[in-house]
Ligand binder design. Sequence first.
Ligand SMILES: NC(=O)c1ccc[n+]([C@@H]2O[C@H](COP(=O)([O-])OP(=O)(O)OC[C@H]3O[C@@H](n4cnc5c(N)ncnc54)[C@H](O)[C@@H]3O)[C@@H](O)[C@H]2O)c1
Ligand SMILES: [Zn+2]
Ligand SMILES: [Zn+2]
Length: 385
Amino acid sequence: MLAMNYRGPFKVRADHNRPYPEIEHPEDVIVRVLRSCICGSDLHLYHGLVPDTRVGTTFGHEFIGEVVETGSSVETLNVGDRVIVPFNIACGRCAFCKQKLYGNCHEANAQATAVGGVFGYSHTAGGYNGGQAEYARVPYADVGPTKIPDWMDLDDAVLLTDVVPTGYQAAEMGGIMPGDTVVVFGAGPVGIMAAKCSWLFGAGRVIVIDQLDFRLEFVKKYAQCDVYNFKELEDPVVFIKKITDSLGADVCIDAVGCEAAGDTMNTLLGRKLLLQGGSTTALHWAINSVKKGGIVSIVGVYGPTNALVPIGNVVNKGITIRANQCSVKRHLPRLIEHVKNGIINPKEIITHRIPLEEVAEGYHLMSTKLDNCIKPVLIPPSARS
Ligand SMILES: NC(=O)c1ccc[n+]([C@@H]2O[C@H](COP(=O)([O-])OP(=O)(O)OC[C@H]3O[C@@H](n4cnc5c(N)ncnc54)[C@H](O)[C@@H]3O)[C@@H](O)[C@H]2O)c1
Ligand SMILES: [Zn+2]
Ligand SMILES: [Zn+2]
């Protein structure tokens, strides 16, 4: 079959000779992929920053598909069902899944005690192949996959596999109180959704910081927020303090993660020399510009190794830090309603619809942010006819 094939940092290709996935366990299903996306998280793999990313694997943790084969003990899905596949692979029955911490499943990723299983996200996240392919194997099929309602556009559905729930959870973890000022770092798909969802929790003011004017212009309209380009600010932290009565924001959200720009030392240590688990610039800014007693919500991804953060400021300011991989399945019922009622229009963030055969161009585009790229969607040949 046709699938994306990772060949090493900055090298991916469309491979027409990948083996079809097979049922490996009675709880698996095989889906024919209808849409998949390239995510900012895929760029960490593409840029060679994620440990144990093996040549020959297929990425893609954001995909929807039609069930074509079911394992013998699958109860809730039938051939022909169209499903949203959450990016987390979760068993549904371990102690963490029982708390709906599907991003922290203890069974789906036997190699790790932190992150659970993630489709197409290196052997650090379980070694599962992903959905940037014509077909994909979906384990624990009665747990994660959620049927796509008949009325739902497939372009909306694919964004419910990650970015919409992740943005929503970023806002939720912020513990936003009515009238709060929320600052979101990052105007990528995740930051855009975090800004949009902050209003749903009662924010009184939402501010987004990035360095790309086209993304800031988009989020300003999409999420009705104030936007600032940090490249035009002498000191983003001082600036945020100034526009928040000198006390700082009530809530800061890090929707940037390990590839943050804006500080030479962090870029050098975290992205070039790999001496820490990523560049922590956005996290520094979040910690230093939130007010005393405020909350910092982190959804940006960082590596498992140590990273320099101003922990003294966290303690002395009495900041609460909340962070996690999104627990996608937990949010789907509510978010499907929000899409139905027009409260969230996910597909408006899609800027590029790319044939799966051109996956390499898709990665290049998302990595360089050329052509005003916000969210590229890959469409396999069989989903185009
Ligand atoms: N926790 C989760 O479950 C989860 C899920 C999806 C994505 N993520 C992570 O969220 C992050 C964002 O994902 P995305 O798809 O939006 O990525 P993206 O690459 O499209 O966007 C990141 C944005 O951050 C901006 N940026 C860089 N440095 C900055 C800084 N110092 N301050 C403010 N903005 C800065 C970039 O210009 C870019 O627009 C990534 O780290 C990704 O891995 C986490
Ligand atoms: Zn993603
Ligand atoms: Zn589990």
